[in-house]
Design a protein around this ligand. Structure first.
Ligand SMILES: *Cc1c(COP(=O)(O)O)cnc(C)c1O
Length: 411
């Protein structure tokens, strides 16, 4: 019987029986592991036998978190990283080589954008930025050296949503890997594989850790792409077949670049994943209620949340994200200085840059996250100086409404 998300998370069995029959996976904080013989050691090092040797490449507590994510997503394989950025950069670097190019949009999490814009070109990997909703433009930038398309499920702070199945059909018709960052729509609401995403990357720092307890990331291989078609993975495919991507990330990237998750972090992620559904449901419910509430306030010029029924992307959001299109909304006030006055008057909502924390957080993106970009670039990225981003948490919604009301009354 196919059990539900939370049951599967809570009852994922340990990779090995625990000596004390502990109900929680212990935190194996140590680095190195003992072998019963030289032969076993040889077998583990050669990959003929599963086992842990050194915690930079694998660790039991981290392995359990990977197993849990695999269990709840039904994925082919999962690898845990020290941060969302480590998951994104390692996955990309494993699939492209010098002279290759990839296609993405300029509506991206700021550091992903900066990685594509400034870091990758230095390694001879070209990144082509295009409006991913425009298939004609997209077809115009793809050539025989294009290897993948990278997108985010809900862009932030624009909150734009693509027709993912359509993008997948476009990619697969051209042998391109579809890589999706699903941080804002975790696996209890977005079934990436059924929309054609081949490789899913996620910052588990956000919804999965919940309380912003620790940094982390995951890369999920849905087992849908024929890795022999990716030149950077061809030799890995001949040795590891369908496991080519995961094998390269673990056996080459973790060894040469680092970036794996620690046992302590995995412990937090294991706790967070178990109660993910409860928290996401509450965050989305609160976000919906605040969206409706903000629209009723005369000082608020506009509200953007794809969960609101009059939103242009409402139907697509409902279809792709099981009726739960994230818990981030943006809204506009009269001017930048009114936004600052409003933020300064808040007493419950915190001024902070994180997303999908248990606490509700507010930021003025134009003056903070995007301050390094020129005014023209910010306009092009749709970051107005009248806008604030609210990442909605699990507080009692009446307290959030009360805080917003009192802050609006003093601006
Ligand atoms: C935060 C975030 C990242 C980066 O994750 P870290 O864990 O902070 O490294 C990547 N993508 C998206 C969409 C994010 O929100």
């Amino acid at each position: 019987m196919n059990k539900g998300f939370t049951t599967r998370s809570l009852h994922t069995t340990f990779p090995q029986e625990d000596a004390y029959r502990a109900l929680h996976m212990p935190i194996y904080d140590g680095v190195a592991f003992d072998f019963d013989s030289a032969e076993t050691m040889e077998a583990v090092f050669s990959g003929r036998r599963a086992g842990h040797a050194y915690a930079r490449t694998s660790n039991p507590t981290v392995e359990y978190f990977e197993k849990k994510v695999k269990n709840v997503t039904g994925a082919h394989a999962v690898l845990a990283f020290s941060s969302g950025m480590a998951a994104i950069t390692t996955a990309i670097l494993s699939m492209v080589g010098q002279g290759d190019n990839l296609v993405t949009s300029n509506r991206l999490f700021g550091h992903s954008y900066a990685f594509f814009k400034t870091t990758l070109p230095g390694f001879g990997i070209e990144v082509r930025f295009v409006d991913l909703t425009d298939e004609v433009a997209l077809a115009g930038v793809v050539d025989e050296r294009t290897r993948l398309i990278f997108f985010e499920t809900i862009t932030n702070p624009q909150l734009e949503i693509l027709d993912i199945s359509r993008l997948a059909a476009f990619a697969h018709a051209r042998n391109l890997v579809l890589v999706g960052d699903s941080t804002t729509t975790p696996p209890n609401v977005f079934m990436a594989r059924s929309f054609g995403v081949d490789v899913e990357v996620m910052s588990t720092t956000k919804f999965i850790s919940g309380g912003a307890a620790a940094f982390g990331g995951v890369a999920i291989d849905h087992g849908t792409f024929a890795w022999e078609k990716v030149p950077a993975l061809a030799s890995w495919h001949s040795r590891f077949g369908i496991d080519a991507l995961i094998a390269r990330m673990r056996k080459e990237m973790f060894r040469h670049l680092g970036g794996s998750m620690t046992a302590h972090t995995a412990h937090f992620m294991n706790l967070g994943l178990d109660i993910l559904t409860l928290r996401v449901d509450k965050c989305v419910d609160n976000c919906m209620k605040l969206g409706v509430f903000l629209k009723e306030q005369p000082q608020v010029k506009s509200v953007n949340y794809p969960g609101l029924p009059d939103h242009v992307l409402y139907d697509l959001a409902q279809l792709q994200f099981a009726g739960k299109p994230g818990a981030i909304l943006t809204f506009d006030l009269a001017s930048r200085s009114v936004c600052f006055d409003f933020m300064n008057a808040l007493k419950v909502i915190r001024r902070a840059t994180n997303l999908n924390d248990n606490k509700t957080l507010i930021i003025h993106p134009h003056s903070t996250i995007y301050s390094e970009f020129s005014l023209a670039e910010r306009a092009e990225m749709k970051i107005p100086d009248t806008q604030m981003r609210l990442s909605v948490g699990i507080e009692d919604v009446a307290d959030l409404m009360g805080d917003i009301s009192q802050a609006l009354s003093v601006i």
